[in-house]
Ligand binder design. Sequence first.
Ligand SMILES: Nc1ncnc2c1ncn2[C@@H]1O[C@H](COP(=O)(O)OP(=O)(O)OP(=O)(O)O)[C@@H](O)[C@H]1O
Ligand SMILES: Nc1nc2c(ncn2[C@@H]2O[C@H](COP(=O)(O)O)[C@@H](O)[C@H]2O)c(=O)[nH]1
Length: 398
Amino acid sequence: MGEAPAFFVDDLQKDLTNGFPLKSKGHETAINIGHNKTYVIGGMENESTSTIGVRIYDKSTGEWVIPVVLGPKPKLSKGHSAVLLDEDRILVIKGNSTSDDCFWFLEVNTTFVKEQKKRFETDVVAWSRGVIGEAEIPIVISGPSGVGKGTLISKLMEEFPSMFGFSVSHTTRAPRTKEQIGVHYHFTERSVMEKDIEDGKFLEFASVHGNLYGTSIEAVEAVTDKGKRCILDIDVQGARSVRASSLEAIFIFICPPSFEDLEERLRARGTETEEQIQKRLKTARAELEQRNSPGLFDHILVNDNLDTCYKNLKKLLGLNEGAETTLLPELVEVPQEHTVSKIDQKILINCGNAEEENSSRSMFLLDLSSIKGGAPGRTRGLNLHIVESCINGTKMLS
Ligand SMILES: Nc1ncnc2c1ncn2[C@@H]1O[C@H](COP(=O)(O)OP(=O)(O)OP(=O)(O)O)[C@@H](O)[C@H]1O
Ligand SMILES: Nc1nc2c(ncn2[C@@H]2O[C@H](COP(=O)(O)O)[C@@H](O)[C@H]2O)c(=O)[nH]1
């Protein structure tokens, strides 16, 4: 088994003539990538935030570079270890943290980072939080306004609260009387949303009935982080964009029994003006024509009788009566003192002192062979196994 190539910055500092551009503070690790670059990961004295900093020593120029750091940054912890996974990313394991927040990937040369380097014309790194396991693929529900998508989704979430989570979209339309900020939508200004779209924060967006609507990457990640299956309620243009994206999902089109029924439902809901209803009905005709568009929808459900349609939806999703299960993975804790070893895509994390009698120690195996995703989103599909757990000399698991 190969020893982790992580080493402490003290060793690096002795070899440097130029010194750090910023004084180091607390725990730091350094990783060599290629012949020329050393990535130093850790706190910095003038860092105003309490997140883990990154700087790069370029041996070819003898200079330090502060890269553009993208993605949500990990909070500083008392200690961390760092392992080079490949030439593209470094695994950072935070000490004193639980498994929902201790595995972070620092991407230094992935496709996403390469694109961003071109955009910023400087060195760029991107953080991506590692998530244990993988939630079931999201469900995209689409169909004309007033067909009953929201009604069906509410029933599903009510019956299976720990199984499904709703992707809260952004919109520039005004809230309806009973709509809550951050629950039904993130209501936003057009200029703010346009800037966020430009910054790559959206998985998809579309102009619908004269307003801007969109699904942020964060909206989907927030649901999957909880181990829940994400449901997206989006228009047909949005469904098309998601289909073309890297997000794997199941696509369902909800159809009204007739156009007259759809109009009746929209009017009965009483949330739109006559002008808005006319706009929505016009869009509905175009959307209904697209339901059989090749390769777009996996399933079409007719919402005639609500209970029958709901039963068919559950059947399609493989849900039977009493199918509710809790999907949340068990949390384990990685202490401040730990060592790591790497063999292929497996990382052995050794916590505590195996030599000392009656000491508390544990050993985890982190399997990265099935990881998916990455910056600008989370890195999913991490598998964590407890190899050994020993409290005060008593073996708990093996
Ligand atoms: N099968 C049904 N039969 C009769 N009325 C229904 C049925 N399903 C839903 N409704 C009613 O139709 C109206 C529109 O439903 P809902 O708001 O769920 O539509 P929607 O597709 O989510 O619309 P939008 O895309 O505009 O958000 C609501 O008043 C709802 O109670
Ligand atoms: N492409 C997207 N479409 C969305 C999103 N969120 C909602 N929608 C669709 O907009 C219409 C109108 O919704 P309403 O709440 O104003 O009635 C409806 O068809 C929704 O499915 C989104 O994020 N992206």
